[in-house]
Design a protein around this ligand. Structure first.
Ligand code: F6P
Length: 304
């Protein structure tokens, strides 16, 4: 997120805009936590995870009256365009504000990669790299102790983090919410792999697929394995951005400001087949990129 804040701020200033930062998203907007941002204010943040503007969950912002209030606040501050950096809830907030007359743009930023209109969200690649690195460490112990390792990863209702990191780290089994393998099937698979000479296995559980504690108990009760369980949790949300994410943030921010200057607004910035494109909020909702079932098959072939 910081990489995007920096890129939006500097590109906008370069083009002659005055920039304001808003702390804690829509909550901060309602509380008027609004302050001018200069190019130097975003110095040194590109390699830092998180967001210098802080963030807050604020589901109340679905309320039409709050959105109108926010719109009036933005007008009072003389703000012509609002650039929202966030996930699908943030995009819905931007969509709401645009219905009240605000000019908005959304830059997709969530580790979950679960937004329509884009194949990549900023933060996803960084989270993947973190998971792959962590599983590598866990695998060393699993291998030495000949133990099954269960690793729970984030992703909300989507299996993107689990599937992609599973392919990258060579997990034996990946449980995703889109198509969760039944647990008795998991046990059968583990027994089979043991018969084939595998001394240990890594199982990635997407948080939306199963409660990882229940997976551990089920395996323990239905096989002779006693799996270890690691919940990666907030480890996945921290750390500086991967080069891919930092470059994505720079490219999306550039397109965002250029689009506003061309007189077009109320759009999501998307990454589609290597290109940065803009897409209306309505179209973005319809253009979903769910997990690729073929990659799920590939993973099981490669983990034989
Ligand atoms: O959306 C990003 C995310 O990290 C999800 O993967 C996860 O479910 C959620 O946020 C956790 O957020 P919180 O700590 O607010 O529950």
């Amino acid at each position: 997120m910081n990489a995007a804040i920096r890129a939006v701020t500097r590109k906008a200033i370069h083009e002659g805009f005055q920039v304001f930062g808003i702390e804690r998203g829509y909550l901060g907007l309602i509380q008027e936590a609004i302050f001018p941002l200069q190019a130097r204010d975003v110095g040194g943040i590109i390699t830092q995870g998180g967001t210098m503007l802080k963030t807050a969950r604020y589901p109340e912002f679905q309320d039409e009256a709050l959105q109108e209030n926010a719109y009036q606040i933005l007008k009072r501050y003389g703000i012509d365009h609002l650039i929202v950096i966030g996930g699908d809830g943030s995009m819905r907030g931007a969509q709401g504000l645009s219905r009240h007359g605000m000019s908005t743009m959304t830059i997709p930023c969530t580790i979950d990669n679960d937004m329509g209109g884009t194949q990549y969200t900023i933060g996803f690649d960084t989270a993947l790299n973190t998971v792959v690195d962590a599983v590598g460490h866990i695998r060393d112990t699993s291998n030495s102790h000949e133990r099954v390792a269960i690793v729970e990863v984030m992703g909300r209702k989507a299996g993107h983090i689990a599937l992609q990191s599973g392919i990258a780290c060579g997990a034996e089994i990946v449980l995703v919410p889109e198509n969760p393998m039944p647990l008795h099937e998991v046990c059968r698979h583990l027994k089979e792999t043991q018969l084939r000479g595998k001394e240990y296995s890594v199982i990635l559980v997407a948080e939306g697929a199963y409660k990882s504690g229940e997976v551990k108990e089920f395996i323990k009760n239905h096989t002779e394995f006693d799996p270890s369980l690691t919940v990666l949790g907030y480890l996945q949300r921290g750390g500086g951005p991967s080069a891919f994410d930092a470059i994505l943030a720079a490219r999306m921010s550039e397109v965002c400001i250029n689009t506003l200057m061309s007189g077009v607004d109320n759009r999501l910035i998307g990454y589609i087949d290597g290109h940065i494109r803009t897409i209306s909020y309505k179209e973005a909702e319809k253009l979903q990129f769910p997990i690729n079932e073929e990659q799920y098959t590939l993973l099981s072939i490669l983990s034989s």
